[in-house]
Design a protein around this ligand. Structure first.
Ligand code: E4P
Length: 217
């Protein structure tokens, strides 16, 4: 399973990259709004910081506007993936962009029928928002399971990108289900490695080492 980092913060991207765990980046307008730098300058820096795909989102809501924006975004760097909202107009744009060879990530997916439509339109990625579904007392990971089954049934090439991740359990479940990618906020990425027994075990080993003959100094 590939890991993308879900942020527009360059410092977080650089730190995650230093761990050697990051295969790409996803952003959205809300993530850019948290940064102080001009969004386009920042998007350019992000695309050149990572080798893998970088999702940048359109803000138009008609197919025509989305396609125009997408062409512009795709011109920033060859690794740009254009995020398109899950609307009928968005699907029109996805079909057009797929014919032009521009990669797309259909975002704001909350149902298996939406995911089926995105795949039929030729989306490169589908982003089910698991955390936001959990917030409404629905089962976000069950949606991922359904999408994977549907895509396998028909051999769709669209990759399942688990988004709106809130905790390590989302990642573990996504991996068990065989999701292609999870996009992970920086703080969740750090939590993936933590276990109290690891910390306690290491403390004990280091204490014991101090008592080991010949090991001091
Ligand atoms: C990424 O593609 C999504 O925009 C993001 O994961 C949404 O996460 P949120 O629900 O925490 O805002």
């Amino acid at each position: 399973m590939r890991f993308f980092i879900d942020t527009a913060n360059l410092a977080e991207i650089r730190e995650a990259k230093a761990y050697g765990l990051i295969d790409g980046v996803t952003t959205n307008p809300s993530l850019f709004s948290k940064e102080s730098e001009n969004w386009r300058t920042l998007a350019d820096k992000i695309c050149h910081e990572v080798d893998g795909p970088v999702s940048l989102e359109v803000v138009g809501t008609t197919a025509e506007d989305m396609v125009r924006e997408a062409r512009d975004l795709a011109g920033i760097a060859p690794n740009v993936v254009v995020k398109i909202p899950m609307l009928m107009e968005g699907l029109k744009a996805v079909r057009q962009l797929s014919e032009e060879g521009i990669s797309t990530n259909v975002t704001l997916c909350f149902s298996p029928s939406q995911a089926l439509l995105a795949a039929k339109a030729g989306a490169t990625y589908i982003s089910p928002f698991v955390g936001r579904l959990d917030d409404t007392s629905s089962d976000g990971m069950e949606l991922v399971n359904q999408i994977i089954t549907i895509y396998r049934n028909y051999g769709f090439k669209t990759q399942v990108l688990v988004a709106s991740v809130r905790n390590p359990i989302h990642i573990v479940q996504a991996a068990l289900m065989g999701a292609d990618v999870a996009t992970i906020p920086f703080k969740v990425l750090n939590r993936l490695s933590r276990h109290p027994l690891t910390d306690a075990g290491l403390t004990q080993f280091l204490e014991d080492w101090k008592k080991t003959p010949g090991a001091q100094g």
